[in-house]
Design a protein around this ligand. Structure first.
Ligand code: C2O
Ligand code: CU
Length: 470
Protein backbone atom coordinates (compact mmCIF):
# COMPACT_ATOMS: atom_id res chain seq x y z
CA UNK A 1 0.00 0.00 0.00
CA UNK A 2 1.49 3.37 -0.89
CA UNK A 3 1.63 6.28 1.50
CA UNK A 4 -1.27 8.10 -0.04
CA UNK A 5 -3.78 5.27 0.13
CA UNK A 6 -2.60 4.54 3.65
CA UNK A 7 -3.32 8.12 4.59
CA UNK A 8 -6.69 8.22 2.97
CA UNK A 9 -7.84 4.99 4.57
CA UNK A 10 -6.54 6.29 7.88
CA UNK A 11 -8.61 9.41 7.46
CA UNK A 12 -11.65 7.36 6.62
CA UNK A 13 -11.25 5.52 9.89
CA UNK A 14 -11.01 8.77 11.79
CA UNK A 15 -14.11 10.13 10.16
CA UNK A 16 -16.36 7.13 10.54
CA UNK A 17 -14.73 5.60 13.56
CA UNK A 18 -16.33 2.26 12.79
CA UNK A 19 -13.92 0.51 10.45
CA UNK A 20 -12.05 -2.20 12.33
CA UNK A 21 -8.27 -2.10 11.83
CA UNK A 22 -8.39 -5.33 9.80
CA UNK A 23 -10.40 -3.70 7.04
CA UNK A 24 -7.57 -1.28 6.50
CA UNK A 25 -4.85 -3.89 6.59
CA UNK A 26 -6.68 -6.30 4.26
CA UNK A 27 -7.02 -4.44 1.04
CA UNK A 28 -6.97 -7.56 -1.05
CA UNK A 29 -6.81 -7.38 -4.77
CA UNK A 30 -10.37 -7.73 -6.04
CA UNK A 31 -11.04 -9.90 -9.11
CA UNK A 32 -14.34 -9.17 -10.77
CA UNK A 33 -16.32 -11.50 -13.02
CA UNK A 34 -19.70 -11.19 -14.70
CA UNK A 35 -21.95 -14.18 -15.21
CA UNK A 36 -25.22 -14.04 -17.07
CA UNK A 37 -27.35 -17.14 -16.74
CA UNK A 38 -29.58 -17.69 -19.72
CA UNK A 39 -30.35 -20.06 -22.50
CA UNK A 40 -27.95 -20.70 -25.31
CA UNK A 41 -26.76 -23.34 -27.69
CA UNK A 42 -23.60 -25.35 -28.00
CA UNK A 43 -21.97 -28.15 -29.92
CA UNK A 44 -21.31 -31.41 -28.19
CA UNK A 45 -19.76 -32.75 -31.37
CA UNK A 46 -19.00 -29.78 -33.59
CA UNK A 47 -20.49 -29.24 -37.04
CA UNK A 48 -22.04 -30.94 -38.99
CA UNK A 49 -23.74 -32.42 -35.93
CA UNK A 50 -26.62 -30.30 -34.67
CA UNK A 51 -26.34 -27.68 -31.99
CA UNK A 52 -27.98 -28.43 -28.67
CA UNK A 53 -30.13 -26.10 -26.61
CA UNK A 54 -28.58 -25.42 -23.24
CA UNK A 55 -28.87 -23.25 -20.20
CA UNK A 56 -25.51 -21.74 -19.55
CA UNK A 57 -23.46 -18.78 -18.34
CA UNK A 58 -22.51 -16.09 -20.87
CA UNK A 59 -23.79 -18.36 -23.62
CA UNK A 60 -20.84 -20.70 -23.14
CA UNK A 61 -20.44 -24.27 -22.04
CA UNK A 62 -18.84 -24.58 -19.58
CA UNK A 63 -19.29 -21.08 -18.18
CA UNK A 64 -16.27 -18.79 -18.17
CA UNK A 65 -13.38 -20.00 -16.08
CA UNK A 66 -13.06 -17.94 -12.92
CA UNK A 67 -9.49 -17.68 -11.80
CA UNK A 68 -7.93 -15.83 -8.91
CA UNK A 69 -5.04 -16.13 -6.52
CA UNK A 70 -5.16 -17.38 -2.97
CA UNK A 71 -5.71 -14.45 -0.63
CA UNK A 72 -7.45 -12.30 -3.20
CA UNK A 73 -11.05 -11.17 -3.05
CA UNK A 74 -13.48 -12.44 -5.63
CA UNK A 75 -16.46 -10.46 -6.81
CA UNK A 76 -18.98 -12.17 -9.07
CA UNK A 77 -21.87 -10.28 -10.60
CA UNK A 78 -24.67 -12.65 -11.54
CA UNK A 79 -27.52 -11.54 -13.74
CA UNK A 80 -30.41 -13.82 -14.49
CA UNK A 81 -31.97 -14.13 -17.92
CA UNK A 82 -33.49 -17.55 -17.27
CA UNK A 83 -37.26 -17.69 -17.09
CA UNK A 84 -36.96 -18.95 -13.54
CA UNK A 85 -35.05 -17.91 -10.44
CA UNK A 86 -31.45 -18.91 -9.79
CA UNK A 87 -28.50 -18.41 -7.40
CA UNK A 88 -24.77 -18.98 -7.53
CA UNK A 89 -23.02 -21.40 -5.21
CA UNK A 90 -19.23 -21.48 -5.20
CA UNK A 91 -18.76 -25.12 -4.35
CA UNK A 92 -16.03 -25.85 -1.81
CA UNK A 93 -15.00 -22.28 -1.06
CA UNK A 94 -14.93 -21.46 2.65
CA UNK A 95 -16.85 -18.22 2.43
CA UNK A 96 -19.23 -16.23 4.66
CA UNK A 97 -22.69 -17.76 4.95
CA UNK A 98 -24.39 -14.79 3.28
CA UNK A 99 -22.35 -15.50 0.10
CA UNK A 100 -23.19 -19.20 -0.10
CA UNK A 101 -25.96 -18.89 -2.65
CA UNK A 102 -28.62 -21.09 -1.07
CA UNK A 103 -32.07 -19.66 -1.82
CA UNK A 104 -34.41 -19.26 1.11
CA UNK A 105 -31.55 -19.93 3.50
CA UNK A 106 -28.71 -17.51 2.84
CA UNK A 107 -30.36 -15.19 0.32
CA UNK A 108 -33.47 -14.65 -1.72
CA UNK A 109 -33.32 -16.28 -5.11
CA UNK A 110 -32.32 -14.07 -8.03
CA UNK A 111 -35.46 -13.74 -10.13
CA UNK A 112 -35.56 -13.31 -13.89
CA UNK A 113 -34.18 -9.90 -14.79
CA UNK A 114 -32.53 -9.41 -11.44
CA UNK A 115 -28.89 -9.48 -10.50
CA UNK A 116 -26.82 -10.13 -7.42
CA UNK A 117 -23.25 -9.46 -6.40
CA UNK A 118 -21.26 -12.07 -4.52
CA UNK A 119 -18.06 -10.97 -2.86
CA UNK A 120 -15.75 -12.91 -0.57
CA UNK A 121 -12.10 -13.59 0.22
CA UNK A 122 -10.30 -16.69 -0.96
CA UNK A 123 -8.55 -18.44 1.93
CA UNK A 124 -7.63 -21.63 0.08
CA UNK A 125 -5.90 -22.48 -3.16
CA UNK A 126 -7.32 -25.29 -5.26
CA UNK A 127 -9.75 -26.52 -7.87
CA UNK A 128 -13.37 -25.58 -7.20
CA UNK A 129 -16.45 -24.97 -9.32
CA UNK A 130 -19.55 -22.84 -9.39
CA UNK A 131 -23.15 -23.75 -10.10
CA UNK A 132 -26.70 -22.62 -9.22
CA UNK A 133 -28.40 -23.90 -6.07
CA UNK A 134 -31.94 -23.46 -7.36
CA UNK A 135 -33.73 -26.22 -9.24
CA UNK A 136 -30.26 -27.73 -9.31
CA UNK A 137 -31.01 -30.96 -11.10
CA UNK A 138 -32.32 -29.11 -14.15
CA UNK A 139 -30.16 -25.96 -14.01
CA UNK A 140 -26.86 -27.80 -13.57
CA UNK A 141 -28.13 -30.62 -15.77
CA UNK A 142 -28.74 -28.22 -18.67
CA UNK A 143 -25.25 -26.73 -18.47
CA UNK A 144 -25.04 -24.03 -15.80
CA UNK A 145 -21.59 -24.53 -14.28
CA UNK A 146 -18.00 -23.47 -14.59
CA UNK A 147 -14.54 -23.93 -13.12
CA UNK A 148 -13.30 -21.83 -10.23
CA UNK A 149 -9.53 -22.04 -9.94
CA UNK A 150 -7.63 -20.53 -7.05
CA UNK A 151 -3.93 -20.48 -7.78
CA UNK A 152 -1.38 -21.21 -5.09
CA UNK A 153 0.74 -18.37 -3.78
CA UNK A 154 3.71 -20.58 -4.71
CA UNK A 155 2.77 -22.78 -7.62
CA UNK A 156 4.57 -25.99 -8.52
CA UNK A 157 6.52 -26.21 -11.74
CA UNK A 158 4.56 -27.59 -14.68
CA UNK A 159 4.58 -27.13 -18.45
CA UNK A 160 0.85 -27.22 -19.13
CA UNK A 161 -2.34 -27.08 -17.18
CA UNK A 162 -5.56 -28.68 -18.41
CA UNK A 163 -8.86 -27.94 -16.69
CA UNK A 164 -11.38 -30.68 -17.48
CA UNK A 165 -14.99 -30.37 -16.42
CA UNK A 166 -16.60 -33.76 -16.81
CA UNK A 167 -20.32 -34.12 -17.34
CA UNK A 168 -22.81 -36.58 -18.67
CA UNK A 169 -26.01 -35.82 -20.52
CA UNK A 170 -29.18 -37.57 -21.43
CA UNK A 171 -29.54 -36.71 -25.08
CA UNK A 172 -32.05 -37.73 -27.70
CA UNK A 173 -31.17 -38.61 -31.32
CA UNK A 174 -31.16 -34.92 -32.28
CA UNK A 175 -28.56 -34.16 -29.59
CA UNK A 176 -31.17 -32.36 -27.51
CA UNK A 177 -31.34 -32.68 -23.74
CA UNK A 178 -34.19 -34.92 -22.62
CA UNK A 179 -36.33 -32.93 -20.26
CA UNK A 180 -37.32 -35.68 -17.85
CA UNK A 181 -35.48 -34.03 -14.96
CA UNK A 182 -36.06 -35.30 -11.43
CA UNK A 183 -38.37 -38.06 -12.51
CA UNK A 184 -39.46 -40.65 -10.00
CA UNK A 185 -37.10 -43.33 -11.24
CA UNK A 186 -33.99 -41.14 -11.14
CA UNK A 187 -34.87 -39.90 -7.68
CA UNK A 188 -35.42 -43.34 -6.23
CA UNK A 189 -32.45 -44.98 -7.96
CA UNK A 190 -28.95 -43.71 -8.82
CA UNK A 191 -29.96 -40.26 -10.06
CA UNK A 192 -29.86 -38.87 -13.58
CA UNK A 193 -27.14 -40.87 -15.29
CA UNK A 194 -26.64 -39.70 -18.86
CA UNK A 195 -25.97 -41.49 -22.10
CA UNK A 196 -23.27 -39.10 -23.35
CA UNK A 197 -20.10 -38.01 -21.59
CA UNK A 198 -18.45 -34.68 -22.29
CA UNK A 199 -15.32 -32.87 -21.18
CA UNK A 200 -15.63 -29.07 -21.31
CA UNK A 201 -18.83 -29.55 -23.30
CA UNK A 202 -17.31 -31.77 -26.01
CA UNK A 203 -17.58 -35.49 -26.61
CA UNK A 204 -14.20 -37.23 -26.28
CA UNK A 205 -12.08 -34.13 -26.88
CA UNK A 206 -8.44 -34.39 -27.82
CA UNK A 207 -5.89 -32.40 -25.82
CA UNK A 208 -2.64 -31.82 -27.63
CA UNK A 209 0.54 -32.07 -25.60
CA UNK A 210 4.25 -32.34 -26.26
CA UNK A 211 6.47 -35.23 -25.34
CA UNK A 212 8.35 -34.62 -22.09
CA UNK A 213 5.85 -32.16 -20.68
CA UNK A 214 4.71 -32.17 -17.10
CA UNK A 215 0.93 -31.73 -17.03
CA UNK A 216 -1.33 -30.67 -14.25
CA UNK A 217 -4.85 -31.86 -14.90
CA UNK A 218 -7.64 -30.37 -12.84
CA UNK A 219 -10.62 -32.72 -12.99
CA UNK A 220 -14.07 -31.49 -11.97
CA UNK A 221 -17.11 -33.77 -11.94
CA UNK A 222 -20.08 -31.54 -12.79
CA UNK A 223 -22.49 -34.33 -13.59
CA UNK A 224 -25.78 -34.64 -11.71
CA UNK A 225 -25.15 -38.13 -10.48
CA UNK A 226 -22.44 -39.98 -12.34
CA UNK A 227 -19.34 -41.32 -10.63
CA UNK A 228 -16.34 -41.47 -12.94
CA UNK A 229 -13.74 -44.19 -12.69
CA UNK A 230 -11.08 -42.94 -15.07
CA UNK A 231 -8.44 -45.36 -16.22
CA UNK A 232 -5.01 -43.72 -16.02
CA UNK A 233 -3.22 -47.03 -15.67
CA UNK A 234 -1.19 -46.59 -18.86
CA UNK A 235 0.38 -43.36 -17.61
CA UNK A 236 2.11 -42.43 -14.42
CA UNK A 237 -0.47 -40.08 -12.93
CA UNK A 238 -0.05 -38.82 -9.39
CA UNK A 239 -2.83 -37.30 -7.32
CA UNK A 240 -1.74 -34.04 -5.68
CA UNK A 241 -5.05 -32.57 -4.50
CA UNK A 242 -8.59 -33.71 -3.74
CA UNK A 243 -11.48 -31.24 -3.60
CA UNK A 244 -8.92 -28.45 -3.92
CA UNK A 245 -6.87 -29.46 -0.91
CA UNK A 246 -3.34 -30.83 -1.21
CA UNK A 247 -2.75 -34.50 -0.47
CA UNK A 248 0.67 -36.12 -0.33
CA UNK A 249 1.35 -37.07 -3.95
CA UNK A 250 0.48 -40.67 -4.71
CA UNK A 251 -0.50 -42.93 -7.55
CA UNK A 252 -4.18 -43.81 -7.61
CA UNK A 253 -4.91 -47.47 -6.73
CA UNK A 254 -4.66 -49.57 -9.91
CA UNK A 255 -4.31 -46.33 -11.88
CA UNK A 256 -8.04 -45.68 -11.44
CA UNK A 257 -9.13 -42.17 -10.52
CA UNK A 258 -12.52 -42.30 -8.80
CA UNK A 259 -14.42 -39.06 -8.89
CA UNK A 260 -17.90 -38.87 -7.39
CA UNK A 261 -20.33 -36.16 -8.40
CA UNK A 262 -19.13 -32.65 -7.44
CA UNK A 263 -15.64 -33.83 -6.52
CA UNK A 264 -12.38 -32.52 -7.94
CA UNK A 265 -8.97 -34.04 -8.29
CA UNK A 266 -5.66 -32.55 -9.38
CA UNK A 267 -3.19 -34.83 -11.12
CA UNK A 268 0.40 -34.39 -12.21
CA UNK A 269 1.58 -36.48 -15.15
CA UNK A 270 4.95 -36.55 -16.86
CA UNK A 271 4.15 -37.29 -20.49
CA UNK A 272 7.21 -39.31 -21.48
CA UNK A 273 5.98 -41.30 -24.50
CA UNK A 274 7.14 -40.72 -28.08
CA UNK A 275 5.83 -37.87 -30.23
CA UNK A 276 2.77 -38.73 -32.34
CA UNK A 277 1.36 -41.25 -29.91
CA UNK A 278 -2.02 -41.04 -28.25
CA UNK A 279 -3.52 -42.00 -24.93
CA UNK A 280 -7.23 -42.59 -24.46
CA UNK A 281 -8.66 -42.28 -20.99
CA UNK A 282 -11.90 -44.19 -20.56
CA UNK A 283 -14.49 -44.53 -17.84
CA UNK A 284 -14.90 -47.87 -16.13
CA UNK A 285 -17.61 -46.89 -13.70
CA UNK A 286 -20.51 -48.66 -15.33
CA UNK A 287 -19.58 -52.17 -16.35
CA UNK A 288 -18.25 -53.15 -19.70
CA UNK A 289 -19.25 -50.10 -21.63
CA UNK A 290 -16.02 -48.15 -20.97
CA UNK A 291 -16.80 -44.99 -22.90
CA UNK A 292 -13.84 -42.88 -24.04
CA UNK A 293 -13.73 -39.69 -22.00
CA UNK A 294 -10.81 -37.78 -23.53
CA UNK A 295 -7.59 -38.22 -25.46
CA UNK A 296 -4.11 -36.96 -24.75
CA UNK A 297 -2.45 -36.64 -28.10
CA UNK A 298 1.30 -36.13 -28.45
CA UNK A 299 2.28 -33.61 -31.09
CA UNK A 300 5.00 -34.39 -33.59
CA UNK A 301 7.37 -31.98 -31.85
CA UNK A 302 10.52 -33.59 -30.50
CA UNK A 303 10.52 -34.26 -26.77
CA UNK A 304 11.15 -31.13 -24.72
CA UNK A 305 13.07 -33.29 -22.23
CA UNK A 306 13.86 -36.96 -22.00
CA UNK A 307 13.85 -37.38 -18.22
CA UNK A 308 10.85 -36.23 -16.20
CA UNK A 309 11.24 -32.93 -14.37
CA UNK A 310 12.61 -33.61 -10.95
CA UNK A 311 11.10 -30.63 -9.14
CA UNK A 312 8.75 -31.34 -6.25
CA UNK A 313 5.05 -31.78 -6.99
CA UNK A 314 3.69 -31.54 -3.45
CA UNK A 315 1.51 -28.47 -2.94
CA UNK A 316 1.72 -26.28 0.13
CA UNK A 317 -1.12 -27.06 2.54
CA UNK A 318 -4.01 -24.64 2.92
CA UNK A 319 -4.27 -23.41 6.46
CA UNK A 320 -7.08 -25.52 7.81
CA UNK A 321 -8.40 -25.68 11.37
CA UNK A 322 -7.26 -29.05 12.72
CA UNK A 323 -10.06 -31.11 14.31
CA UNK A 324 -9.58 -31.78 18.02
CA UNK A 325 -10.78 -35.38 18.02
CA UNK A 326 -10.49 -35.85 21.77
CA UNK A 327 -13.08 -33.18 22.36
CA UNK A 328 -15.30 -33.76 19.37
CA UNK A 329 -19.08 -33.69 19.32
CA UNK A 330 -20.07 -37.00 17.76
CA UNK A 331 -23.10 -37.39 15.56
CA UNK A 332 -24.30 -40.43 13.68
CA UNK A 333 -26.11 -39.73 10.44
CA UNK A 334 -27.95 -42.54 8.77
CA UNK A 335 -28.59 -42.24 5.06
CA UNK A 336 -31.62 -44.26 4.07
CA UNK A 337 -34.37 -44.67 1.53
CA UNK A 338 -34.62 -45.16 -2.21
CA UNK A 339 -35.75 -48.18 -4.16
CA UNK A 340 -34.99 -51.52 -2.50
CA UNK A 341 -33.76 -49.63 0.55
CA UNK A 342 -36.09 -51.05 3.15
CA UNK A 343 -36.97 -47.68 4.68
CA UNK A 344 -40.51 -47.92 6.05
CA UNK A 345 -41.27 -44.43 7.21
CA UNK A 346 -39.66 -41.08 7.93
CA UNK A 347 -40.55 -37.69 9.28
CA UNK A 348 -41.44 -34.94 6.88
CA UNK A 349 -41.98 -31.50 8.44
CA UNK A 350 -42.13 -33.30 11.80
CA UNK A 351 -44.86 -35.71 10.73
CA UNK A 352 -44.24 -39.42 10.42
CA UNK A 353 -45.30 -40.74 7.05
CA UNK A 354 -45.02 -44.10 5.39
CA UNK A 355 -42.66 -44.54 2.46
CA UNK A 356 -45.72 -44.82 0.26
CA UNK A 357 -47.07 -41.46 1.39
CA UNK A 358 -43.66 -39.89 0.98
CA UNK A 359 -43.18 -41.32 -2.49
CA UNK A 360 -46.55 -39.89 -3.50
CA UNK A 361 -45.01 -36.46 -2.83
CA UNK A 362 -41.85 -37.33 -4.74
CA UNK A 363 -39.79 -37.82 -1.58
CA UNK A 364 -37.56 -40.89 -1.37
CA UNK A 365 -34.70 -40.28 1.07
CA UNK A 366 -34.05 -39.41 4.68
CA UNK A 367 -31.15 -38.47 6.93
CA UNK A 368 -31.70 -39.75 10.47
CA UNK A 369 -35.29 -40.50 9.51
CA UNK A 370 -35.91 -36.93 8.45
CA UNK A 371 -36.82 -35.99 4.92
CA UNK A 372 -35.16 -32.71 3.92
CA UNK A 373 -37.52 -30.47 1.98
CA UNK A 374 -36.17 -27.55 0.00
CA UNK A 375 -33.44 -25.41 1.48
CA UNK A 376 -34.90 -24.19 4.70
CA UNK A 377 -35.56 -26.67 7.49
CA UNK A 378 -34.76 -27.38 11.13
CA UNK A 379 -31.03 -28.05 11.49
CA UNK A 380 -29.98 -31.66 11.93
CA UNK A 381 -27.50 -30.40 14.51
CA UNK A 382 -26.26 -27.19 16.07
CA UNK A 383 -22.58 -26.62 16.77
CA UNK A 384 -20.81 -23.96 18.72
CA UNK A 385 -18.28 -21.98 16.78
CA UNK A 386 -14.86 -23.56 17.15
CA UNK A 387 -16.22 -26.96 18.15
CA UNK A 388 -14.89 -30.07 16.48
CA UNK A 389 -17.58 -32.28 15.02
CA UNK A 390 -17.15 -35.91 14.11
CA UNK A 391 -19.81 -37.26 11.79
CA UNK A 392 -20.31 -40.96 11.33
CA UNK A 393 -22.14 -41.34 8.03
CA UNK A 394 -23.76 -44.71 7.50
CA UNK A 395 -25.30 -45.59 4.18
CA UNK A 396 -28.12 -48.07 4.70
CA UNK A 397 -29.33 -47.90 1.13
CA UNK A 398 -28.38 -49.77 -2.02
CA UNK A 399 -27.21 -46.60 -3.80
CA UNK A 400 -24.08 -44.48 -3.30
CA UNK A 401 -24.20 -40.97 -1.87
CA UNK A 402 -21.56 -38.27 -2.39
CA UNK A 403 -22.23 -36.11 0.68
CA UNK A 404 -21.32 -32.43 0.50
CA UNK A 405 -20.90 -29.95 3.35
CA UNK A 406 -21.05 -26.24 2.62
CA UNK A 407 -18.71 -23.62 4.08
CA UNK A 408 -16.13 -26.04 5.51
CA UNK A 409 -13.77 -28.80 4.55
CA UNK A 410 -13.58 -31.95 6.63
CA UNK A 411 -10.97 -34.60 7.15
CA UNK A 412 -11.88 -38.08 6.00
CA UNK A 413 -10.88 -40.24 8.96
CA UNK A 414 -11.96 -43.76 8.10
CA UNK A 415 -14.07 -46.04 5.95
CA UNK A 416 -15.72 -49.06 7.55
CA UNK A 417 -13.32 -48.68 10.45
CA UNK A 418 -10.20 -48.59 8.25
CA UNK A 419 -8.27 -45.34 8.65
CA UNK A 420 -8.06 -43.33 5.45
CA UNK A 421 -4.38 -43.51 4.48
CA UNK A 422 -4.22 -39.83 3.54
CA UNK A 423 -6.73 -38.29 5.98
CA UNK A 424 -7.67 -36.02 3.09
CA UNK A 425 -9.46 -32.71 3.36
CA UNK A 426 -12.62 -32.81 1.26
CA UNK A 427 -15.91 -31.01 0.92
CA UNK A 428 -17.65 -33.95 -0.73
CA UNK A 429 -17.19 -37.55 0.34
CA UNK A 430 -18.54 -40.63 -1.34
CA UNK A 431 -20.37 -42.95 1.04
CA UNK A 432 -20.77 -46.15 -0.92
CA UNK A 433 -23.73 -48.42 -0.39
CA UNK A 434 -23.56 -50.16 3.00
CA UNK A 435 -20.51 -48.20 3.99
CA UNK A 436 -19.80 -46.16 7.08
CA UNK A 437 -17.48 -43.16 6.74
CA UNK A 438 -16.13 -41.00 9.55
CA UNK A 439 -15.30 -37.38 8.90
CA UNK A 440 -14.34 -34.51 11.21
CA UNK A 441 -14.24 -30.76 10.92
CA UNK A 442 -14.00 -27.66 13.05
CA UNK A 443 -17.21 -25.66 12.90
CA UNK A 444 -15.39 -22.37 12.51
CA UNK A 445 -17.78 -20.68 10.10
CA UNK A 446 -21.02 -19.37 11.60
CA UNK A 447 -24.29 -19.78 9.76
CA UNK A 448 -26.68 -22.33 8.30
CA UNK A 449 -24.81 -24.76 6.10
CA UNK A 450 -26.34 -27.30 3.77
CA UNK A 451 -25.20 -30.88 4.18
CA UNK A 452 -26.64 -32.89 1.34
CA UNK A 453 -26.17 -35.59 -1.23
CA UNK A 454 -24.74 -34.20 -4.46
CA UNK A 455 -26.68 -36.67 -6.55
CA UNK A 456 -29.01 -33.82 -7.36
CA UNK A 457 -32.06 -36.05 -7.71
CA UNK A 458 -31.43 -37.41 -4.21
CA UNK A 459 -30.94 -33.94 -2.81
CA UNK A 460 -34.31 -32.79 -4.12
CA UNK A 461 -36.10 -35.88 -2.84
CA UNK A 462 -35.07 -35.71 0.79
CA UNK A 463 -31.33 -36.28 1.25
CA UNK A 464 -30.74 -32.82 2.47
CA UNK A 465 -30.08 -31.23 5.84
CA UNK A 466 -28.67 -28.17 7.56
CA UNK A 467 -25.87 -27.90 10.09
CA UNK A 468 -26.21 -24.77 12.15
CA UNK A 469 -23.06 -23.12 13.52
CA UNK A 470 -23.54 -20.43 16.15
CU1 C2O B 1 -22.26 -28.17 -5.12
CU2 C2O B 1 -24.98 -27.65 -2.14
O1 C2O B 1 -23.65 -27.86 -3.70
CU1 CU C 1 -27.52 -39.71 -2.76
Amino acid sequence: MDRRSFLSSGLLTLCTGILPPSSIAQQNFVRTYYLNSGSGTGYFMGAPYPRSSLWCYNNRLPGPEIRAKQGETLQIHVSNALDQATTLHCHGIRLPNSMDGVPGLTQQAIENGESYIYEFDLPDAGTYWYHPHFNSSEQIGRGLYGALIIEEAEPIQIDRELVMILDDWRLDEEFQIQDNFSNRHDKSHAGRIGNTITVNGRITPKFEINSGERLRIRLINASNARTFVLDFSSIDARVIAIDGHPVSPHQPDDGLVILAAAMRMDLVIDMMAEPNTQIIVNDQAYGNERPEVFKLSYSDKPAIRTEPLDSAIALAANSMPEPDLNNAVKQHIELAGGAMGGMRRAKINDQWQSIRELAAQGMMWAMNERVGVGHSMEPIMTLKRGQTCKLILTNNSVFDHPMHLHGHAFRVLSRNGQPDPFQTWQDTVMVWSNESVEIAFVADNPGDWMFHCHVLEHQVSGMSSIIHVV
